[in-house]
Design a protein around this ligand. Structure first.
Ligand SMILES: [Zn+2]
Length: 437
């Protein structure tokens, strides 16, 4: 060994131990996922230098401690400060660790599920659930993870417009993506690619394939076309054992809805079911055209969630008298629910306390009232859509997109007086939403 090599080796070991001893030094792992059909999948995290713990980026609860299994000598725990971490039981540093997990749906109140199984055994995997850092996660949100997915049985992989038979590598970031592992190929239907589970009743599949492109067309006329052709995933897992429900969502370029549990077999036959689905898909399509914009603070969630429901109401109204009657029923229901939750408190207080439901129910009413008020005041504008165009432009030029930012757009499009009325409405107990003029 030359002197230079010895110095280099010493420098390397010194910097390595310094890194390990600094629990604030962040390190981003290479993630390899081995898909294993219906059996447990494995995620391997490899670091360039030793770390003391692996910190999961998304940890809304402690479900990894119950559903994921770390390799021998490791454990997943919830530290005092919250979140979920993976570490060696003896506390020593490590450079690589394997975790196994069943490819099953679990409900996360604040986050997308890691896996959404299809009726034929295909699976949608949410990469964001795998994101983790060594020691701590960097404060900057520009972090990117190299991911390598290996599908042993060659079922096939789809991610955006990329497909592969056995393995795919990509760099992932932000909220992550849904990756489809299965034999289906996305069907091009109008402006969208779709993988719709064959386990759904035929009528429902056909309805989705017809209506979704119509919604996309309508929203792209109002809010401009999307940069890339989005993909829709609709999965239905009747074999899910732990309860039942439905979760929908959007990620950049992706819309997805997952149904799980045996109860859907009867739900599918109920009179309003088809219309409920149209509403849900229009709402999710609306989020795509909102470009996933929304406020961080829950108090402002009436903007994107209530706005998504208002977009759905506007889109469904155009589909004829039957759908219009359904929209009226939804508005009646929202009025009842919003009046109940705000009988002694403001919409802001209700959303902050109960978070989700009032953002939809009161949010739908606010956004429809806003749309009508703008159309009265400024008939040359396109109601709520004009506010959203201004809001999106605001984001593009780097201005704030919190609630005040949205209200500034309301003022620009509908006048300061309208924005002031809306501000007051949000903070008044038992608000009379119809009073927006
Ligand atoms: Zn939504």
């Amino acid at each position: 060994m030359t002197v230079r090599a010895i110095i280099a080796a010493f420098a390397l070991s010194a910097s390595t131990s310094a890194t390990v001893d600094r629990p604030d030094a962040s390190s981003i792992p290479h993630i390899t996922v081995i898909a294993n059909g219906q059996r447990d999948w494995t995620a391997r995290y490899r670091f360039d230098r030793p770390v003391r713990r692996l910190v999961f980026v998304r940890a809304p609860d402690d479900s990894r401690t119950r559903t994921w299994t770390a390799m021998t000598g490791f454990q997943i725990i919830v530290p005092k400060a919250g979140g979920e971490i993976l570490r060696r039981i003896d506390g020593k540093p490590f450079r690589s660790v394997d975790v196994s997990m069943p490819p099953r749906y679990i409900y996360l109140a604040a986050g997308y599920a890691p896996f959404s199984p299809f009726g034929d055994g295909s699976v949608l995997m949410h990469s964001g659930r795998l994101f983790a850092c060594g020691n701590v996660c960097p404060a900057a949100d520009s972090t990117a993870w190299p991911i390598h997915l290996i599908v042993g049985d060659g079922r096939g992989i789809q991610l955006g417009d990329r497909s592969a038979a056995r393995n795919l590598r990509w760099i992932d970031k932000d909220s992550g993506h849904n990756i489809y592992v299965g034999r289906e190929k996305p069907a091009a239907t109008g402006p969208v690619n779709a993988i719709i589970d064959h386990a759904f009743p035929g009528d429902l599949r056909r309805q989705l394939l017809v209506q979704l492109p119509e919604f996309m067309q309508y929203f792209s006329e109002q809010l401009g076309p999307l940069a890339a052709r989005p993909t829709l995933f609709a999965s239905y897992d009747a074999a899910h054992r732990d309860g039942g429900g439905r979760q929908g969502g959007t990620l950049p370029g992706q819309i997805f809805v997952h149904y799980y549990g045996a109860r859907w077999a009867t739900e599918f036959t109920k009179p309003d079911f088809a219309s409920d689905q149209s509403w849900l898909f229009a709402h999710e399509a609306g989020h795509l055209f909102q470009r996933q914009l929304g406020t961080e603070a829950p108090a402002g969630w009436w903007i994107h969630e209530g706005g998504g429901d208002a977009f759905a109401a506007l889109a469904l109204r155009r589909m004829g008298p039957e759908m219009s009657a359904y929209v009226d029923r939804r508005i009646d229901r929202a009025q009842l629910a919003c009046a109940q939750t705000t009988s002694d408190k403001s919409i802001h207080a209700a959303i902050t306390e109960r978070e989700i439901d009032p953002a939809y129910q009161c949010g739908l009413l606010i956004n429809l009232a806003l749309d009508a008020a703008i159309r009265r005041r400024a008939p040359e504008k396109d109601g709520l859509f004009s506010v959203w165009l201004a809001y999106l432009a605001r984001e593009k030029r780097g201005a704030t997109t919190d609630e005040a930012g949205f209200l500034a757009c309301v003022a620009t499009i509908g006048g300061q007086e309208l924005a002031d009325q809306l501000t007051q409405l949000l903070d008044t107990p038992s608000p009379r939403i119809a009073l927006l003029r």
